[in-house]
Write a protein that binds this ligand. Sequence first.
Ligand SMILES: [Zn+2]
Length: 156
Amino acid sequence: MSEGSDAAIEGARILGLVTSPGFVRMMARGVIRRCPWCGGRGAFFTGWFAKQPHCRTCGLQWRRGDVGFELGAAAIAAVITLGPLLVALGITLAVTWPDTPVGPLLAVFLPLALLVPILTYPLSYTMWQAIDLTWREVSPDDFSAEHIAARALDAD
Ligand SMILES: [Zn+2]
């Protein structure tokens, strides 16, 4: 095979990687802690909190050069944690007012306020990544070159 057609095949492989699955599909994947781009299990998480720089399946780098990526993930964490808690607290206050049982409410809501962010930590990253991938165009440079090279060797 000539060098030119090798480059064309590699180019097509890369182009195949940079075709967006669409926002709804990416968000659905993010909600279940999968890579929004490829649907790979666990995405870039090697543990509940531990991350590696790129997706274990497709090689997409989660930061993609954006040093403020964590800020977006923190915003998602606040929305998916505080949102439901504030709604539940508001409903409880509306139903029990003016004899609101403050002690039992604290006993329920304080542990939830601590536990829910831990449970949703990786989801806040993968959900934010789905939004980021929709807003910022994906380029072949966003994928780990080493990961793609290793995958290409596996495919041969
Ligand atoms: Zn992936």
